[in-house]
Design a binder for this molecule. Sequence first.
Ligand code: F6P
Length: 762
Amino acid sequence: MSSVMPSVLKSVGRLAFPARAGPWLRHPLTRHVALGMAAAILMIAALAPLASVMVENWSQRDVELRSRLVFRSIRDHVAVGIAAKPGFDLVPFFERLADDERILGLGFCPGAGAVKFATRSLPRTVTCDSVKRDRSDTFATITDGGRRIHVSAFPLSTAAVSGHLLILHDLTYIDQRARSAELYAVLALVGIAVGIGVLATAIVLGLVRVGGRSDRGPAAGLAPGDAGAGWSGGGVPLGREVQARLGGMRVERRFADGIHVEWSPRTLQRLLVEELPGAQVLVVSNREPYIHHRTNGEVALQVPASGLVAALEPVMRACGGTWIAHGSGTADRETVDAADRLRVPPGDPSYTLRRVWLSDEEVDGYYYGFANEGLWPLCHIAFIRPTFREEDWAHYRAVNERFAGIVAEEAGCEDPIVLVQDYHFALLPRLLRQRLPKATIVTFWHIPWPNAETFGICPWREEIIDGLLGSTILGFHTQFHCNNFIEAADRFMESRIDREHASIVYRGHETLIRPYPISIEWPPAALTEQASVAACRAAVRQRFALPADVRIAVGIERFDYTKGILDRLRAVNDVLTCHPAWKGKLVFIQAAAPTRSKLAAYSALQEEAERLVAEINARHADGDFMPVRLVVRHHEPAEVFELFRAADLCIVSSLHDGMNLVAKEFVAARDDEQGVLILSSFAGASRELSEALLVNPYDTHGMAEVMDEALRMSSDEQRDRMRLMRDLVRQRNVYRWAAQMLLDAARLRRHERIATAATLAR
Ligand code: F6P
């Protein structure tokens, strides 16, 4: 039966759902439900008669027991009556017993021939000869006039009497009982089958909905009602689809809630293998992760001071793939192969760096001009006026075009995952979409996005938003910046905004707008090379000739006007003025990496900072001891971490910042759980590091007071705050940042595939 069933069901299915049937009938869900019902009907047909057989057997046994009971109750009376009084009439006694609705009749067989003392209802066909009689109790079923009768013959033998007492039961009620039982069984089985069917359908529909939600993608916009159609298209059996969905949910359950996953290079790699098997990952940024410079005839390697590089480099080491970036080093051309590629990191290569060459003119227009004199001040509210030049814009467009061509060249397939980085490449997503329509383009904007009024002053605002909306996903550090972008798209573009799902449909293509707070690797590689905190403090004290009782405050970043370096210096001046006890007892070390020095705003900042430092030192010097040390040069990560570990407090006073990874690095560097972080409330990091002492960098005196508070903070409080911040940075590390984007990308790719299969099937 079991081997026959599937083929029977298949035949039934083929008959019920011929190939030319309508789409609903051809839908796998319909087919599976119908085949399930056919199987249930066959099962019911097989099981229902069993119920009547069972009832009949039970009832027969019941009748035998009952007959026996009656016999035992009356046998003495009958035996004594027959023996004691010849001619005694037992019929009235038997008639009274036969009043029972189940007992049909009674009689006595002294031997062969007619039944003696037969009740009126005893069928005439029943004679002593027709009844099987024995030395033991015998039972038989006979049919009389279409009804079934149960005949029991009990031997009755005493010294004076010998014969058999007959007790007949009408079995009609058993037949009725068996029919009822069969009916109840059918009803019960139908009920169970329907119940299971409803439950199974609900579960499947639930899965469809869950899958639909998790796969909710931009381009296809598969509506709930379309889900079934989407599923039928691929011709994949439902079971496998459900399994695939369940597989996705399992992974999602494991990965979606970052709090339960220790994100590391390994978990990120696993995510790639499980969620994006075989996908090619390409990263595009202006800044390259490794720069080769020729100095004094030697080629030297430099890791740039860049938050973007600090975040992405460990991710690329984990993911592999190709990083495409501007080759800006003086020895960069000497260190690539014929295809402008080299394997990095040097010494332990795990991914490819593809360098792109730009002329000085292009760098001036695209990088210094439009990106850093236009978009940078436009997006940062630091009160530096943006400058927009037509020729810069032309270079910006041309360089974006160039990178689009190179990405297409590097793409080894039609659907790579391209991670486009930052404001240097606002046009690239659209240009890529044209060249690689099936690519998953995840763009991350590393700087803030201003409100629509501010952004609206850009002469090419529509082109920039249009370019970014070529992305599959567009990420910012905070929800606030996402909202600002959506507002700008709403105001300047003919687009459809879905606020509930935070997506923008423009030119028939949907882009998800998502917050992904960037972070650092955990544990930071630079930390592994570090000596103990005490040794770091000793080294820094020695380098800066600091007495043992001097407290150390540090500020470490690129020399950028958005970082609030001048405001910080003014606060140091204020704390020494308002709390003179700190004179000679506090040093502020500012490590600043020169950056974009060609630009007037940057060179002016450096000059102003140097002037201010000289002024403060002149005012607050304690003998030879200078309270501010400004070190303007590039610092390697190991030096930066040594400074962090030596510090009593770290000041991050950005006037405006997308995230600020210095704050997170300081926290990561302090495995001794000591040190105080002073953090601008205008840095994205302040949304996460709420145990830092938050300040408004424009409020000089307020910031000075917080510095004083930080210097006096007890070790216990420092530990409590630091512990919480370290936990957060450990959990929300850069692998989680990348994982969130890749998981979203994976979901969208799955969704796209289902939608494409559905379209092809229609
Ligand atoms: O903050 C934006 C950003 O691109 C960062 O990601 C990076 O740290 C910094 O600017 C570097 O800028 P540049 O590459 O111009 O030196």
